[in-house]
Design a protein around this ligand. Structure first.
Ligand SMILES: NC(=O)c1ccc[n+]([C@@H]2O[C@H](COP(=O)([O-])OP(=O)(O)OC[C@H]3O[C@@H](n4cnc5c(N)ncnc54)[C@H](O)[C@@H]3O)[C@@H](O)[C@H]2O)c1
Length: 347
């Protein structure tokens, strides 16, 4: 059996809590090295997960471990582009945690490096591997929903601002829109069939900020140098697509409303709610609400296994660089629209 040799960059929470457990179940991949700016953290992860080598930078890892075939990027958001470009330039395939990067200029540089090197790229957004998302996407693509012209997606935390680098705009690229909004926007966009985005109108707010609410938990990001708290706490807006469809989105880390995560997609023949997996249509002239039970799956495991198989079997990934760049453009346009207080037209 061919076994893909992986070098990981970023030994923090997402690697330790999601990627490492997935690799332990994947038979045709092996993590042969791990790098982190914080060498102690890389060493700790190497010991814990039985990874043979650890380094303090991607450059050193790539130089000393030439057998690496693919790089899995789990760094802060501002590390994604330099690491992806270094990996692609060294001829390595790239799996990159969401969001792609912190600006569309960086996104285009990654795309250029990936195309030039001819390596495979996949943005790691676990929703794309959810059994529910894929069932609905297949229904849409097969035409069962008719023309899909409207979607709504919400990723609302009442209080749930992550700590550390996540609230530092220079490191994270933004707040809840780029951190969790990307999951909701991508779920809706993917189910809609990834139409080309054309216009974005949005606002972001900074009203609650660094709250001191008691009794609420946080995802623990590590502090970055000069850690600021300068990200938004809520973002909302609309995205228009070339085919005439529109999406409304809302994403918050802190807002005074009930927490809720959900996505709905509406077509001319039927619509669906992703949470309840209800398909709203008509049957024999009457309204019908069909519940579909497609079960749940381990989305991180299926995501990483899919990437490994794509590389070994030379197949297209499920979130190629061209789509990742389009997503980055939508996210960038949200911030640009909010700042300029006008609609942003995408090229
Ligand atoms: N898919 C998901 O649902 C999901 C969930 C949480 C986080 N994430 C993403 O995972 C990434 C990491 O988040 P986290 O919570 O693990 O953060 P973290 O702070 O726990 O870990 C990140 C690690 O990367 C290291 N690092 C940063 N820049 C680096 C660079 N240029 N080279 C080498 N090491 C570098 C840091 O020292 C740190 O140890 C982020 O992009 C985040 O958006 C995804």
């Amino acid at each position: 059996m061919d076994v893909l040799k992986i070098g990981v960059v970023g030994a923090g929470n997402i690697f330790c809590s999601a990627h490492a457990p997935a690799y332990s179940k994947i038979k045709n991949a092996k993590v042969v090295a791990i790098a982190d700016l914080n060498l102690d953290r890389a060493r700790e992860a190497a010991e814990k997960f039985g990874i043979p080598a650890c380094y303090g930078s991607v450059e050193e890892m790539l130089e000393k471990e030439p057998e690496i075939q693919a790089v899995d990027i789990c760094t802060w958001n501002n590390g994604h582009a330099p690491v992806a470009i270094a990996a692609a330039n060294a001829g390595k395939h790239v799996l990159c945690e969401k969001p792609l990067t912190i600006s569309d200029e960086w996104a285009e540089k990654i795309e250029e490096a990936v195309h030039k090197a001819g390596v495979k790229f996949m943005l790691a957004v676990p929703g794309r591997f959810g059994s529910k998302n894929n069932f609905l996407r297949d229904e849409v693509v097969s035409g069962k929903f008719g023309d899909v012209y409207f979607a709504k997606t919400n990723y609302i935390r009442r209080r749930g601002t992550p700590s550390g680098w996540f609230t530092d705009k220079a490191t994270a690229g933004g707040g809840p829109v780029i951190d969790i909004g990307v999951h909701g926007i991508d779920a809706a966009w993917y189910i809609m069939g990834c139409p080309k985005p054309t216009r974005v109108s949005a606002f972001v707010s900074y009203h609650i900020g660094d709250y001191q609410t008691k009794g609420v938990g946080r995802w623990q990001g590590t502090p970055c140098p000069d850690n600021q708290f300068d990200t938004e706490d809520l973002g909302a807006g609309v995205i228009h697509f070339e085919n005439g469809a529109m999406m409304m989105f809302e994403a918050s880390w802190a807002v005074n409303e009930a927490p809720y995560t959900g996505t709905q997609v509406m077509g001319s023949l039927a619509g669906a709610d992703l949470n309840s997996m209800t398909i709203y249509g008509e049957r024999d002239g009457y309204l019908s609400d069909d519940k579909v039970n497609v079960g749940d799956n381990d989305r991180f495991l299926d995501e990483i296994q899919f990437f490994v198989n794509c590389v070994l079997e030379d197949r297209e990934t499920r979130y190629p660089i061209e789509q990742a760049v389009q997503m980055q453009k939508m996210l960038d346009a949200v911030y640009a629209s909010a700042e300029q207080k006008k609609e942003i037209v995408l090229k």
